[in-house]
Design a protein around this ligand. Structure first.
Ligand code: NDP
Length: 332
């Protein structure tokens, strides 16, 4: 079985030499262990932060060890009575085709949804969107919602929840393909192709003549600056991520208009989905019902094979990825 390892801490955008792909033996499970064949793994921008040795809410990745990250797979052999071959399980044990681990490191998932949904709208990605929009931004009737990186994993779920609750939603994404996806598939009221706009603030003013009441920030920088300018008094900003800065080697110049937060009495609140796990059961019930009703689809970009993991990771930053970025490792 193969695994992707971090060998060196990237400077700026990661390059191939920062990683290796190693062949490892996967032992039969001892008592209390399970052996799992991974089916899907997810690429998350937060992994870029963990490749650096700066302290964050999760510790840095260790060098010459498998990249950590969520995956779903199938139990192939079990030394634990709670698991049987064929069980679908979620883990965060990383970028590896297969592994043997203590049974308490994996969690069972129902076959009611497609396996990769547990890495997308029904996984941490979806929970991030759900708690950020409904609890942190505290979405209320009539709010106009602006979402950045709107066609991405988290963004596409935020957009779908806001639309099914009847809101006017404006999304920003890079390029005509993503803009078309936002208006035609997710049925947003307006899409902004930020790569084609000389001024994001002017583009947002045109798309939201009535201003915005909620901003779901995945990008930071110029997107946050535009949202501060166009926000209505007492708007709420859920600060989810700032991907425009993850590969930066210099501090960001924008936003330069943070005073607007004072004069408009804005509420800007950063959040970490892991701090909101108490909403997980309700979240899973809601997204499962929305999916069954056809109101929640999984937008995804799929790369085949562990050899493509780094291409998939790059796709988070270079505009290639639309929806949840996934690597398929095997067939269910
Ligand atoms: P996405 O699927 O959204 O992938 C990243 C997207 O970001 C790309 O599709 C790309 O879209 C966009 N992007 C990349 N670089 C830039 C840039 N310089 N300016 C503008 N847009 C850019 O990833 P996720 O859904 O996994 O994550 C989205 C955000 O949510 C990230 O900021 C992530 O860190 C954050 N997050 C936060 C969590 C929390 O607990 N707070 C948990 C999970 C994720 P485009 O082509 O449109 O540029």
């Amino acid at each position: 079985s193969r695994e992707v390892r971090l060998e060196r801490r990237p400077q700026g955008a990661p390059v191939r030499e920062d990683f290796s792909i190693a062949q490892v033996a996967v032992p039969a499970p001892a008592a209390g262990e399970v052996q799992v064949r991974n089916l899907w793994m997810t690429m998350d921008p937060a992994m870029r932060g963990r490749m650096s040795d700066a302290r964050s809410y999760v510790p840095p990745l260790e060098l010459s060890r498998a990249m950590e990250g969520p995956a779903v797979g199938e139990v192939v052999a079990s030394g634990d009575p709670a698991f049987a071959p064929g069980d679908l399980v979620w883990s965060r044990l990383g970028w590896r085709e297969a592994f043997t681990a203590p049974a308490d490191r994996v969690q069972k998932r129902a076959r009611t949804l497609p396996p990769q949904a547990y890495l997308g709208f029904a996984g941490m990605t979806g929970l991030t969107a759900y708690v950020g929009l409904l609890h942190v931004a505290a979405l209320k009737p009539g709010d106009v919602v602006f979402v950045s990186a709107a066609s991405g994993g988290v963004g596409s779920v935020v957009c779908q929840i806001a639309k099914l609750k009847g809101h006017r939603v404006i999304g920003a994404a890079g390029g005509p393909r993503k803009s078309a996806f936002l208006t035609e598939v997710l049925k947003l009221d307006a899409a902004i192709d930020y790569k084609a706009e000389p001024s994001l603030t002017k583009a947002l003013a045109r798309a939201a003549p009535e201003g915005i009441d909620v901003y779901f920030d995945n990008v930071g920088g110029d997107h946050l600056q535009a949202a501060l300018s166009i926000a209505n008094p007492r708007a709420r900003f859920a600060l989810c991520g700032m991907i425009s800065q993850y590969n930066a080697t210099e501090p960001s110049a924008a936003p330069r208009n943070l005073t607007q937060a004072v004069t408009k009495e804005l509420r800007l609140e950063g959040f970490i989905a892991l701090s909101h796990l108490h909403h997980e059961a309700q979240f899973l019930a809601d997204v499962t019902a929305w999916h069954a009703a056809g109101q929640m689809v999984q937008a995804e970009t799929v790369y085949d094979g562990i050899d493509r993991a780094l291409d998939a990771f790059d796709g988070l930053f270079n505009g290639e990825g639309l929806g949840k970025m996934l690597v398929r490792l095997g067939d269910a």
